[in-house]
Design a protein around this ligand. Structure first.
Ligand code: SF4
Length: 313
């Protein structure tokens, strides 16, 4: 069975080798409407389990072949934290990873289990998905195993974010008509304010989903980004922007937009027309707009924001 895949080049996470902890079929405690895998009944444990020995043997071989790897990403056809030997596996990876960082991509639900919570503390990076925080929307979009309650998951995420010493990322995937309402965004905002995350990636469906649901446009994602508190580290992570029309912004509008929501170069090329991009360059030359780095991504922000923060501290 093939447990290692990649290397994958990701703008957000660098070059990584992936470990698939459920290589033969989907084993997940969610059955998300937007899942890129086929629909499947939810489970709360793995029935088919690969051995740690097999994974480490495959990983050693892959690391020998691919030398320029930034990180080792633990994932699965399904939910990787259902893997019963995760703790032991992380210890074994730590012995051979050298300067590479470990990352797990999880749907967050098993953080309510103290053993999983403590195991994830060992990783260099953790990415937690959180699509909804109200029970109705959570049930509709993520279709969780009946044993899972979103209030418990949210409390566990909050507690984890304060206990964890590594780099924590949150990911929210928006589905049209489900979690893109003003009410759900406001509820998500209240929760996110209590979570200590390095970056919050918001995105939408960009691969064929398991069920007939639709993603939202880049413009809608951008509008959602502005509904979150301005000091939350929101990043629009989406390839769904081909249909978005560039607009003209005045100098004041550029500053206001960047003040509300720092933008990456990619966002700028999508949102701003050529004249606005030129005006932005002039603001950069005049040092009224500066570039900052946040978890590997570069963002443009008004220079005044940095001065404001310095005065506060
Ligand atoms: S948590 Fe991930 S693997 Fe599981 S159903 Fe949702 S999208 Fe699919």
């Amino acid at each position: 069975m093939k447990t290692i895949f990649g290397p994958i080049h990701s703008r957000r996470f660098g070059v990584s080798l992936g470990i698939d902890l459920s290589p033969s079929f989907k084993q997940c405690n969610f059955d998300c409407l937007y899942c890129e895998l086929a629909p499947a009944a939810t489970v709360d444990h793995q029935d088919t389990v690969v051995s740690v020995k097999e994974i480490i043997t495959d990983l050693k071989a892959a690391l020998k072949e691919h030398r320029n790897i930034d990180e080792i990403t633990i994932t699965a056809n399904g939910e990787p934290t259902l893997y019963p030997h995760l703790d032991q596996l992380i210890d074994e990876i730590d012995k051979i990873k050298e300067e590479k960082e470990t990352l797990i991509l999880t749907n967050s639900a098993t953080l309510t289990d103290e053993a999983v919570f403590n195991t994830l503390l060992k990783l260099d990076k953790v990415k937690l998905s959180l699509d909804a925080v109200t029970p109705e929307v959570f049930k509709k979009i993520d279709r969780p195993h009946p044993s899972l309650k979103i209030n418990d998951v949210v409390s566990a995420i909050e507690r984890f974010s304060h206990a964890y010493r590594g780099k924590l990322f949150i990911e929210i995937l928006f589905v049209r008509g489900l979690n893109d309402t003003k009410e759900e965004i406001a509820a998500l905002n209240d929760v996110l304010k209590k979570i200590k995350a390095l970056r919050i990636d918001i995105g939408t469906i960009d691969r064929p989903p398991a069920y007939p649901v639709e993603g939202i446009s880049y413009g809608e994602l951008h509008s959602i980004a502005t509904q979150f508190d301005a000091d939350l580290p929101i990043n629009i992570a989406s390839r769904q922007h081909a249909e978005f029309v560039q607009s003209a912004y005045t100098e004041e509008e550029i500053i206001n937009t960047l003040d509300k929501r720092p933008l990456t170069q990619e966002d700028i090329e999508i949102l701003f027309d050529a004249t606005t991009q030129k005006a932005l360059q002039e603001l950069i030359d005049a040092k009224k707009v500066i570039k900052i780095e946040r978890a590997k991504l570069e963002f443009y922000i008004p220079a005044e924001n940095v001065q404001r923060k310095r005065k506060k501290s």
